[in-house]
Design a protein around this ligand. Structure first.
Ligand code: SF4
Ligand code: SF4
Ligand code: FES
Length: 260
């Protein structure tokens, strides 16, 4: 029988409770994953009683409030605060999403539970290590491949061809989709995952790109593409409303069509 051994520090313990300062106002409990892989301690859930009237409506507003007024050691990523950069992706109330566009009042339950994106190593607290995710994105060569001589002004594209990129180019590489995909959890070293595959499709169907055959060849692999089992978590969590599963299905269809 297979012996499964949990890695060191895989048990999450109970952490500290940070009480709200006295005074009137609405209180909401936030339960936040804390972990420093460089230390000797196991991960823990810290709890924060937050005076929500003192912060904005989004989960990111609350995290910033906690960091500024309650616990400066809390680590998380953010940049744009507008749902554009993708850096604040995390798991909120059991769902991968962007902290800057997700209102804490949307999260049901007595406490708002906030954890890093699942299945990735943790750099610290809510910051996942996305090195593999970015390497997979780079592997699909996300730029125009051409062999014809460069035009004097620009590579032109008909409006109807440009429209084919809608629903694809808007991806902000937040990784919410890939890290919610069970196939990716189980095969992340070999399966490219929904985000990278959505981008692969975006370049395959770009009318200006001249490497369609090579791009399809590169994906014709039992693991890189065919680990997608159409579970559709990716489309359900994408904060930009994109559908990576549909793009993956299109790539599979193109591979079938070119063999018949
Ligand atoms: S549809 Fe495919 S890529 Fe999307 S979550 Fe399911 S298995 Fe993963
Ligand atoms: S497809 Fe959506 S969820 Fe996936 S990386 Fe792009 S924006 Fe994020
Ligand atoms: S901070 Fe940029 S997407 Fe949330």
């Amino acid at each position: 029988m297979v012996q499964l051994t949990l890695p060191k520090n895989s048990r999450i313990g109970k952490g500290k409770r940070h009480r709200a300062p006295s005074g009137a106002g609405r209180l909401k409990l936030f339960r936040i994953y804390r972990y420093d892989p460089e230390g000797n301690e196991n991960p823990r859930w810290d709890e924060y009683e937050v005076k929500v009237d003192e912060c904005g409506p989004m989960v990111l507003d609350v995290l910033i409030h906690i960091k500024n007024t309650m616990d400066a050691t809390l680590a998380f990523r953010r940049s744009c605060r507008e749902g554009v950069c993708g850096s604040c992706a995390m798991n909120i109330g059991g769902r991968n999403t962007l902290a800057c566009t997700h209102g804490w009042e949307e999260v049901p339950g007595e406490a708002v539970v906030v954890a890093p994106l699942p299945s990735q190593p943790v750099v610290k607290d809510l910051i996942p290590d996305l090195s593999l995710f970015y390497a997979q994105y780079a592997s699909i060569e996300p730029w125009l491949h051409t062999t014809t001589p460069q035009p004097q002004t620009e590579w032109r594209q008909a409006p109807e061809d440009r429209e084919k990129l809608d629903g694809l180019y808007e991806c902000i590489l937040c990784a919410c989709c890939s890290t919610s995909c069970p196939s990716y959890w189980w095969n992340e070293e070999r399966y490219l995952g929904p985000a990278a595959l959505l981008h692969a499709y975006r370049w395959i169907i770009d009318s200006r790109d001249e490497a369609t055959g090579e791009r399809l060849d590169a994906l014709e692999d039992p693991f890189k593409l065919y680990r997608c089992h159409t579970i559709l978590n990716c489309a359900q969590v994408c904060p930009k409303g994109l559908n990576p599963a549909k793009a993956i299905a299109e790539v599979k269809r193109m591979l079938v069509e070119r063999t018949v």
